[in-house]
Design a protein around this ligand. Structure first.
Ligand SMILES: [Zn+2]
Ligand SMILES: [Zn+2]
Length: 370
């Protein structure tokens, strides 16, 4: 039993007081975990586009003050009532979407869209009592994605907490709790390219490059995109023809698999139309704008092309993420190459600057040092 169990913890958190304004490191109070909740000491967290999107709050309901952050790694400090399979000291990754284990989706082998704990960007409170566990002088601070990892301590529903190998370095594997697993799983679990096949990846942020990493692990012989592990790069701006025709010419009729990781609907159409007839499969990973419409000629389907979409790489967080961590531990999966920056917690706003300037892939924010 830790000495802080059952008590309010005062610690530092980076609070987003208003849309688009730099985060402020504040002393916050973190209430003890309630039924089916755990309190986690966050050691490392990374910045993802989704944090920036909700911090800018341009297209959605603004909810402030809020503690952002959802890619993270930490250690369980204490557990609430009813928590059996986690204990203080366990190494964990909090995840923005969950797995209750009881609903129709959790019971289906084919889905990871848990009814209870599916991503909810509008909720700023805990499920059990509709309250926040964070406060400053009694004033509640909202949660984000059920994780709020930009805090030295956070409270998370047990269904969104993944217990991992305690030997795994948390400053590396913390980035597996969102974007990297999304791209990797899209390839390994959905596109499933055969050894020796040709794979095209659209969009080369962290998610797209993780899809490329999946193609590399699968033994794809040609990976058409850019940067590490990629065999050929196509820049749409260099060609007058639609990119799907350029790719079809390069590959004798189309690629075996393609993955779309930008969210741009034109890229989605290209990704679908560049797969080979007869067997080609395209997977949509990027999140489009609300009113986007996907258009293609139905004959593309009749000619044996398949289109699929995926959420979080089809991984069920609690069941499947430990094995992704093991892939890294077995040196099958490379993680270090995605971490281009590191900053101490006090300089968290630098991570936002890097992302806004489009510099690098992942910035890990270290909460482990004073
Ligand atoms: Zn994310
Ligand atoms: Zn469920």
């Amino acid at each position: 039993m830790s000495s802080t169990a059952g008590q309010v913890i005062r610690c530092k958190a980076a609070v987003a007081w208003e849309a688009g304004k730099p985060l402020v490191i504040e002393e916050v109070e973190v209430a003890p975990p309630q039924v089916d909740e755990v309190r986690i000491r966050i050691l490392y967290t990374a910045l993802c586009h989704t944090d920036v999107f909700f911090w800018e709050a341009k297209g959605q309901n603004p909810l402030f003050p809020r503690i952002l952050g959802h890619e993270a790694g930490g250690i369980v400090e204490s557990v609430g009532e009813g928590v059996k399979d986690l204990k203080p000291g366990d190494h964990v990754l909090p995840v923005f979407t969950g797995e209750c284990g009881e609903c129709a989706h959790c019971k289906s082998e084919e889905s990871n869209l848990c009814d209870l704990l599916r991503i909810n960007t509008d909720r700023g409170v805990m499920l059990s009592d509709g309250k926040s566990r964070f406060s400053i002088n009694g004033k509640p601070i909202y949660h984000f994605l059920g994780t709020s990892s930009f805090s030295e301590y956070t409270v998370v529903h047990i269904g969104c907490v993944v217990k991992i190998n305690p030997l795994a370095p948390l400053d590396k594997v913390c980035i597996l709790s969102c974007g990297i697993s999304t791209g990797l799983g899209a390839t390994l679990n959905v596109a499933k390219p055969k050894k020796g096949s040709t794979v095209a990846v659209f969009g080369l942020g962290a998610v797209g490059l993780a899809a490329v990493e999946g193609a590399r692990i699968s033994g794809a012989s040609r990976i058409i995109a850019k940067k590490f592990g990629v065999t050929e790069f196509v820049n749409p701006k260099d060609h007058k023809k639609p990119i799907q025709e350029v790719i079809a010419d390069m590959t004798d009729g189309g690629v075996d698999r393609s993955l779309e990781c930008t969210g741009n609907v034109e890229a989605m159409i290209s990704a679908f139309e560049c797969v080979h007839d007869g067997w080609g499969l395209a997977v949509i990973v990027g999140v489009p704008q609300k009113d986007a419409v996907f258009k293609t000629q139905p004959v593309n389907f009749l000619n044996g092309r398949t289109l699929k979409g995926t959420f979080f790489g089809n991984y069920k967080p609690r069941s499947d993420l430990p094995s992704v961590v093991e892939k890294y531990m077995n040196k099958e999966l490379e993680v270090e190459k995605f971490i281009t920056h590191q900053v101490p917690f006090a300089e968290i706003n630098k991570a936002f600057e890097y992302m806004l300037k489009g510099e690098g892939l992942r910035c890990v924010i270290r909460l482990d040092e004073e």
